[in-house]
Ligand binder design. Structure first.
Ligand code: SAM
Length: 144
């Protein structure tokens, strides 16, 4: 079960350190995608990484998902002007995307807190929805 943000506090809690340190930009700088690629920000939280990905790859489609409906709504509101970015409420353990759909999955600060069974199911879902030459980028520690 995810956090239930009250009055946007959870959104702010997730956004503030990312805004201050911008670590994810350095961690993702070698990542690239072709035009028209489908990119998933898995466990997007406040959406800081998905906004960055959508603006960096304007010719791609970025889908960002999280199980926390309230967080998804706030993330969606904060990205209204980014035309290639879409937010969806989804459980990473049972994703509703077809096989081989995504060229790139980025998942930051999500997997390390999952129990072994959830972790196994999430990784199996990632493998299923990636294209055969798709890439998975997992970021678990700032600057790591
Ligand atoms: C520490 S936050 C990281 C958010 C974002 N990736 C970032 O870098 O700011 C972890 C997020 O993973 C989400 N999450 C955890 N388990 C999940 C699951 N099974 N399905 C979807 N989202 C999940 C939580 O709701 C939370 O928003």
């Amino acid at each position: 079960m995810g956090f239930v943000p009250k009055h946007g506090k959870e959104f702010e809690r997730q956004e503030r350190p990312s805004r201050r340190f911008n670590d994810y930009k350095g961690e993702l700088e070698e990542v690239n995608v072709k035009n028209g690629a489908f990119v998933l920000d898995a466990g997007c939280g406040s959406g800081v990484v998905s906004r960055y990905l959508a603006e960096r790859f304007p010719a791609s489609w970025v889908i960002a998902c999280d199980e926390n409906a309230a967080l998804i709504e706030t993330a969606r509101n904060s990205a209204q002007k980014i035309p290639n970015l879409f937010y969806e409420e989804q459980d990473l353990r049972r994703l509703k995307y077809p096989d081989g759909h995504f060229d790139l999955i980025v998942s930051r600060h999500v997997l390390y807190r999952r129990d072994p069974d959830s972790l196994k199911r999430i990784l199996s879902e990632f493998a299923r929805i990636l294209t055969p030459d798709g890439k998975l980028v997992v970021i678990e520690t700032d600057g790591g």
